[in-house]
Design a protein. Sequence first.
Length: 456
Amino acid sequence: MLKIFNTLSNKKEVFKTDSNLVKIYGCGPTVYDHPHIGNFRTFIFYDLLIRTLHLNNYDTQSAINITDIDDKIISRSIAEKKNMQDITLKYEKSFIDASRKLKILKNEFYPRATDHVEDMIAFIQKLVDKNYAYVVNGNVYFDIKNYTNYGKFVNLKTLDDDIENDLDKKNKNDFVLWKAWKSEDGNIFWESAWGKGRPAWHTECAVISQKILGNKIDIHCGGIDLKFPHHENECAQIESITNKNFANYWLHSEHLNIEDEKMSKSLGNSLSIEDMLKKYSSNIIRMFLLSSHYRSKISLSKSKLEESKKMINRISRFAEKFSTNEFDFTKNDLSDKHQSFIDAINDDLNTPKALGIFFEFISDTNKALTKRKDLKKINQESIIFLNLFNSIFQVVDIQNSDDKVFPQEINELLLSRQQARDNKDWILSDKIRDKLFNLGWIVEDSLDGQKLLKKK
Ligand code: AMP
Ligand code: ZN
């Protein structure tokens, strides 16, 4: 039974749907710069959610939008004297490339705001017609006083008073749907009944999510910074028209911090995922991000990344003992040990707990292997567990079994080469590599450590 923490009710809830097809919308990147590792904490969390739904035999249909209309994009394009698309396509590609490198399952849709502006204009017009929105000087605002359910995610009374009180607005929390063109925007604008301008971010997501997935979605997710006002405002626009809950579950992941501050492109303290991937393998980055619960804050640190590397090495050494060819574990009987891993994941995606269970299994199995009893059972149980574990964490590079079973002598040489490398004794390390080569094995050094292949 899958339980997830719904920000709407502030509680863990049993996940229920009408159909086996779960529709998920995740707020995507604003493409004015390379995405950073903080953004990817959130995108890996979306991936974890989808993998968990698959583990529970659901099919999924998911969309991550590309925010390619935004003030920061416009300023960058004007400052760099570049076409807006030259900027957005470059960073969209950076996001897609990094998603692939990080083994994030492909979503069905990556809709761009620029492809749906006509629909946004029609949607805003509907809100104006129904008196939920008003026009001032070419800007269109949502009137929160006319929508009684405003405040789903926050208590408005406890909100800070420091929200910019634009003189054009009727109420402090009214938010903009359409932004009138300003001279600084150069030639970036769309024509509308209210004059030249462009849609605002909250409207982009509200329109795209419905257009792509329909006006009833199962799960809407994002980083915690989006809960208010972005998600509040998405809900207000859609639900004022439909009078129905637009998403059943709202899931938010906590931030990745750097030196106690949120990592953010605008704060200038961000580390691009592209640069991170030059130093650390995708397995290490996935492990680092997944070893904490998605609802707890994490800080980026070298020591935590090194710890993740050690965990990957430990798992790889364990996996090397078995012929772990990918296979469908769901058709096999799962033992209590497998089940407790699944239960941890199903308990609001508790990856640290699940990881602990898996490491305990590795320790117990390593001990059991030395007794050389019940080897067939141990083998079967371990292969199932490795595949089950990987279906969620995706950090073990499963290779063909023929390349995996190393003779004892080779294992020992590998181990001493690792020691030589730890001691930065490159001469010895090269000597051992040559020795392995003469024995018929090629050793490659990757960011995850040594990889061994049989010479063909
Ligand atoms: P942006 O490109 O800023 O629009 O953000 C894209 C996604 O990354 C959103 O879902 C944000 O909530 C999320 N995000 C931004 N910064 C962080 C961070 N430091 N940690 C975790 N998620 C973040
Ligand atoms: Zn959004």
